[in-house]
Design a protein. Structure first.
Ligand SMILES: C[S@@+](CC[C@H](N)C(=O)[O-])C[C@H]1O[C@@H](n2cnc3c(N)ncnc32)[C@H](O)[C@@H]1O
Length: 280
């Protein structure tokens, strides 16, 4: 059969793509699935070198995908990378029971032994003992609202070497800017978010800025790029972080400065450079 997408790799399971409803029963692909698949492949292009780096360093290759949904990403990563390995494990974290059940069904059907799905929230996963204390790589593709922040919390708590995030819209920062607007209006800076549409857009931009600072303050080297061209998706920012050193106080101070200047002190905990989880 010819490949429905040029990005497809040799040896990739067409049957799996059919079961994920990315391909139709007769191997065709519709516009929506094409877009999703391109996005997942593109993300895989970033994840693969990180996995190879971990492999070269002898790491266990424990990967956790947060807000896994139908688990396109986890299954494609498993099919392309983990399937041929003796070890490593891919975990999917998802709150919708029916999606977790379906993913477990598929995992069994394809004999993907080193793959598990947990029906818990990302926030709950931070302390969850069903997951190894040390996780090597964390992914979160469009995990809703603050689930991306919880995924960062998880990654920091489990000392992840690599983190790959494509955030969804986060409402919390914009909501806090809105709530505190009246108090901030005396400052000319408040003009930046005075109009409601600017509150929303600035809030969304600021959220990702604070996420990056949180990661940098925790010792990660961070790169921020576009996942795919804007025609493919509105939620398109890709944040890739790699742990290179210990906590950096100077960056933490800059983060605190921004929160103070914008009257967002109550969000300090949300963006605090976190410490390792105590799982003993
Ligand atoms: C937009 S979908 C993305 C799914 C998948 N990552 C993808 O890109 O195809 C977001 C998923 O995250 C799940 N989700 C949202 N908040 C969550 C939370 N706090 N904990 C775990 N899962 C969550 C939703 O149920 C949904 O399946």
């Amino acid at each position: 059969m010819t490949k429905p997408l040029e990005e497809m790799r040799d040896g990739q399971s067409i049957e799996l793509l059919k079961e994920l409803h990315i391909l139709t029963r007769d191997g065709k692909i519709n516009q929506d699935s094409r877009r999703k698949l391109k996005q997942v492949y593109h993300l895989y292009g970033f994840v693969e070198p990180l996995l190879k780096d971990l492999q070269a360093s002898g790491a266990d290759l424990n990967l956790v995908d947060h807000g896994s949904g139908k688990s396109y990403l986890g299954f494609i990563i498993y099919d392309l990378f983990y399937k041929s390995l003796a070890g490593g494990h891919v975990y999917g974290i998802e709150t919708r029971d029916e999606l977790v059940k379906r993913s477990i069904e598929l995992q069994k059907k394809f004999g993907f032994e080193n793959m598990s799905f947990l029906n818990i929230s990302v926030a709950e996963s931070v302390q969850a003992r069903q997951l190894p204390a040390k996780i090597d790589i964390v992914t979160a593709l469009h995990a809703c609202d603050t689930a991306t922040d919880d995924a960062i919390e998880f990654a920091l708590a489990r000392d992840a070497k690599h983190i790959c995030l494509v955030p969804c819209c986060q409402a919390e920062v914009a909501k806090t800017l809105k709530q505190n607007k009246a108090k901030q209006l005396a400052s000319p800076m408040a003009e930046v978010w005075r109009h409601p549409i600017h509150t929303r857009e600035f809030g969304s931009h600021l959220t990702n800025v604070l996420r990056c600072l949180r990661l940098e303050a925790s010792g990660y080297k961070v790169t921020v790029t576009e996942l795919v061209g804007h025609e493919h998706s509105m939620k398109n920012e890709l944040i890739v972080a790699t742990k290179i050193e210990g906590p950096r106080k100077r960056i933490g101070d800059r983060l605190d400065y921004i929160l103070n200047e914008l009257g967002l002190q109550e969000l300090q905990k949300r963006f605090a450079p976190a410490v390792r989880a105590d799982l003993n």
